[in-house]
Write a protein that binds this ligand. Structure first.
Ligand SMILES: CC(C)(COP(=O)(O)OP(=O)(O)OC[C@H]1O[C@@H](n2cnc3c(N)ncnc32)[C@H](O)[C@@H]1OP(=O)(O)O)[C@@H](O)C(=O)NCCC(=O)NCCS
Length: 156
């Protein structure tokens, strides 16, 4: 298997939008019954992802990396630093296509993001995972993350 990990560039717009929306669908499939307006939700999300892409390169505090397996897009992550004084970082989005999971690509991407954080003097990195996402929770715990809070949601 050949694996390439790199920052996204201007040519990756279509792939970035596709992967970002795939993550949205992956997350929302557990919540479908709550999203009668899911199509509208997707439209809004797509617009925001496109706007986000159009700002790449504008912030030195944000990292978007993609992984390519055998030259095909496999997944991406998005991370940012957010408190220079307290040296905090956040892993915000992380998604691999189903057929590329469990092959060490996520770990390689995460290691690259951690390296990027360290270069920016980050000492504490957070991320969030849905409670139902047992595989991702196992992944993060394997990679040394400790669970430290729960968030709640009520549909009103
Ligand atoms: C979570 C995710 C990013 C992990 O990436 P991955 O490439 O599948 O994980 P890796 O193959 O690098 O796994 C590294 C280690 O994590 C653990 N791990 C990974 N997947 C696991 C699973 N399904 N169950 C238990 N442990 C798992 C293992 O210890 C693994 O090491 P090993 O293969 O030597 O046993 C990926 O599976 C994914 O994109 N999932 C769908 C989207 C998602 O859940 N995103 C994260 C939350 S937003």
């Amino acid at each position: 298997m050949s694996l390439e990990i790199r920052k996204i560039n201007q040519n990756d717009r279509e792939t970035f939008v596709e992967l970002s929306l795939a993550l949205t669908k992956f997350n929302r499939r557990q919540h479908d019954k709550h999203y009668a307006d899911f199509e509208e939700f997707l439209r809004v999300r797509k617009r925001r992802v496109e706007e986000r892409f159009d700002k790449i390169g504008q912030s030195p505090h944000t990292l978007i990396m993609m992984a390519f397996k055998n030259d095909q897009p496999a997944g991406y992550l998005r991370a940012f630093t957010y408190d220079k004084e307290l040296r905090r970082g956040c892993l915000d989005e992380f998604f691999l296509k189903e057929e590329t999971r469990g092959q060490g690509i996520g770990k390689t991407l995460l290691d690259a993001a951690i390296q990027w954080m360290k270069e920016r003097k980050v000492i504490r990195m957070i991320t969030s995972v849905y409670s139902w996402n047992a595989p991702a929770r196992a992944f993060y715990e394997e990679e040394g993350f400790l669970e430290h809070s729960s968030s709640y949601e009520k549909i009103i």
